[in-house]
Design a protein around this ligand. Structure first.
Ligand SMILES: NC(=O)c1ccc[n+]([C@@H]2O[C@H](COP(=O)([O-])OP(=O)(O)OC[C@H]3O[C@@H](n4cnc5c(N)ncnc54)[C@H](OP(=O)(O)O)[C@@H]3O)[C@@H](O)[C@H]2O)c1
Length: 106
């Protein structure tokens, strides 16, 4: 049995890239996952792709910079899955380019 079997993982930044891939892998190893990001439509599609019955997946749209969104995510996760074993703090972005050409707003 996988270490992740029956574990509950809340993944921020799950609507693309590393977060979406982690969600898929964790579900394939028997975990229950919470997909969190701003783009709820993308989260729904990912949830359908990785777990058709959706019983092991919870989608929550929100912004990690908003404290109330994070509190809601924790509350809804506990409500559905009764616990949180793993919190994957993955949401974010990066900027590439020359330092001389990047401004403070970027
Ligand atoms: N890929 C790499 O080579 C690499 C290297 C070093 C570090 N990283 C870091 O690893 C993480 C994932 O990278 P990735 O390549 O998978 O990036 P990605 O495909 O751009 O995914 C970023 C994720 O973060 C979410 N996100 C961004 N801002 C958010 C916010 N304010 N609230 C909630 N969710 C937010 C995005 O979803 P929404 O837009 O739907 O909210 C998206 O799901 C990032 O933090 C990145 O900086 C990546």
């Amino acid at each position: 049995m996988s270490y992740f079997s029956q574990k509950v993982a809340l993944i921020t930044g799950a609507s693309s890239g590393i977060g979406a891939a982690l969600a898929q892998e964790l579900v394939s190893q028997g975990a229950k996952v919470v997909l969190f990001a701003r783009r709820g439509d993308r989260l729904q599609k990912i949830a359908e792709n990785i777990n058709h019955s959706k019983e092991n997946v919870l989608v929550i749209s929100g912004d990690v910079t908003q404290e109330q969104d994070l509190k809601r995510a924790v509350h809804l996760t506990r409500e559905k899955f009764k616990k949180i074993d793993i919190f994957i703090v993955n949401a974010g972005w990066s900027l590439t380019g020359n330092l001389e050409e990047i401004c403070l707003e970027d």
